[in-house]
Design a protein around this ligand. Structure first.
Ligand code: SAH
Length: 497
């Protein structure tokens, strides 16, 4: 059976600008063929086992030729695979999607196109420029600044006579010439122009000027492709309508040190606020398995009075095991349940359980205070938690009642890339590092090496709470801001404080 090809427009860069259909087909693909302009965050949505083929394309530095790309797609489809060809923007706006489609049809392969938001419209929007406006432009024209052959010419005479907004794609190498020709053919040299680099991404950079001076500005600022060239009065609206660059964390580079599997919530919140997120996972969570002690404790759960969870990881591992032993949540019926932290109690809720005790402060000491007045000497408390967790909870509780601590997971060092991180650090390209536990601090320093620790002094260090702050300070570093509420939302607030 033949496969099928989906030509998908990925939009201009911001992950949220992909269509629902686009995402559906990405999730279902056996193979994804993608290029430079498609945000690689999309690839994380693919199913397990999906193959990725990068076919590059930087205007003059093609990784694969168009014929090679056509052949790769065709070959895979003929093998019966579901192929996604992911393209930046819209596949039919200077994306050669038409050619790929024709080639597939000629070779008898079924294909479908998912339109995308073209950078020519969406990119302008994120720079605060509406492509039309009743007062300034009643039409728009999207033009390639890079023609197939040298002999072909852009008809500047016709373009110059138009009143609408002109948007040039792939035009940066030709910018000086474009401006000169437009002036020569009758456009005022004072016509506003904007250049939008990496539109809709956290690294978006925009400069504006006039047909007369924009080339000098671009040279001075070192603006490179991929960029959009916008010519017309609508550029003037940018100051007023620029919502994207006004986001509170726009232009900030923020390192997230949590385990990769656990970092998506924080990452999404940061991106929402306009930040550029740099992942540097310092921790991996490894379930301890087999775990006879855990299995035994679950089987005799009715002999306990309290069950204490100190992390979401422990909740997840505990219930996974409970279910695989053939029990359900009724097994916990007679227990009082305590949870440290809102993420922990939220996770319990997802299993249909409302924690009886959630201490005001999200630390072990606060839980001990809460339990002091409740527990009796003969009560039994079960605490499934991390192998490396602090002693204080167990030690203090042992003075009050009978405690069974069961280690359910290890936190091992993550695979954060040391060299890349140090390079960014030395170039001053990191504004904040977020630490969401003491082990994220210890592990980060373990990965980069104690001798490099002082380099962290140039960066704002954000801590989730007092214990994490203490660990940061124990390395001779100072905390720039500490979360008031010991949650991810608290961390976000601390950054903006
Ligand atoms: N199909 C794409 C365009 C492909 S041509 C679309 O619909 O957007 C490639 C050109 O598009 C680049 O040279 C640049 O001019 C423009 N472009 C695409 N994405 C861009 C982005 N995020 N920021 C700035 N320019 C972009």
């Amino acid at each position: 059976m033949k496969g099928k090809v989906y030509l998908i427009g990925a939009g201009p860069g911001d992950f949220g600008l992909l269509t629902i259909n686009g995402l559906k087909y990405i999730k279902n693909a056996d193979i994804i063929v993608y290029d430079r302009l498609a945000n690689d965050r999309f690839l994380k949505e693919a199913k397990e086992g999906c193959r990725f083929i990068y076919v590059g394309k930087e205007s003059s530095n093609h990784t694969k030729t168009q014929d090679e790309i056509n052949d790769i797609i065709l070959e895979e489809a003929l093998k019966g695979k579901t192929v996604v060809r992911l393209k930046g923007g819209d596949p039919y706006v200077f994306g050669r999607g038409g050619e790929e489609g024709e080639y597939l049809i000629k070779n008898g392969v079924d294909f479908e196109v998912v339109p995308g938001i073209t950078s020519a419209i969406g990119g302008l929007c994120y720079a605060g420029i509406p492509i039309t406006h009743r007062d300034y432009a009643s039409s728009f024209h999207v033009i390639t600044g890079h023609l197939k052959t040298e002999e072909e010419d852009i008809n500047f005479k016709a373009l110059s006579s138009l009143k609408g907004t002109l948007v040039f794609l792939m035009g940066m190498a030709n910018l000086e010439n474009i401006c000169k020709e437009l002036i020569k053919n009758g456009k005022s040299k004072d016509t506003p122009v904007a250049i939008i680099n990496w539109a809709t991404r956290p690294e978006q950079k925009v400069v504006s000027g006039t047909l007369d001076n924009i080339h000098d500005i671009v040279m001075k600022e070192g603006i490179k492709p991929p960029s959009l060239i916008v010519v017309g009065e609508v550029v003037k609206l940018r100051e007023k309508l620029n919502f994207f660059e006004k986001k509170p964390l726009f232009g900030k580079n923020i390192v997230v040190t949590r385990a990769r599997a656990k970092n998506s919530e924080l990452k999404d919140m940061l991106v929402e606020l306009g930040a550029k997120v740099i992942e540097f996972p310092t921790i991996e969570i490894e379930e301890i398995t087999p775990n006879e002690k855990l299995d035994y404790s679950i089987k005799e759960l009715d002999t306990y009075n309290y069950l204490v969870f100190t992390s979401k990881n422990a909740v997840e591992i505990f219930f996974k095991r409970l279910f695989s032993l053939g029990f359900d949540v009724r097994k916990l019926g007679s227990l009082k349940i305590a949870a440290i932290g809102s993420a922990t109690s939220k996770s319990l809720r997802s299993y249909g359980i409302k924690a009886d005790i959630v201490p005001k402060d999200f630390v072990a000491e606060s839980l001990i205070e809460e339990l002091k007045s409740r527990v009796k000497k003969e009560d039994r408390v079960l605490i499934p938690r991390a192998k490396e967790a602090r002693d204080v909870l167990v030690k203090s509780l042992e003075k009050l009642c009978r405690v069974n601590e069961v280690k359910v997971y290890n936190t091992v060092i993550g695979d954060g890339k040391k060299e890349e991180f140090l390079k960014l650090l030395s170039k001053g390209e990191i504004d904040y590092i977020t630490f969401t536990s003491s082990s994220t601090v210890r592990n980060l320093i373990k990965i980069i090496g104690l001798d490099k620790c002082k380099e962290l002094k140039s960066v704002k260090l954000i801590s989730i709470g007092p214990i994490t702050s203490k660990t940061i300070e124990s390395f001779g570093l100072s905390v720039s801001s500490e979360a008031k509420e010991y949650t991810l939302a608290g961390v976000l607030e601390a950054i903006q404080f």
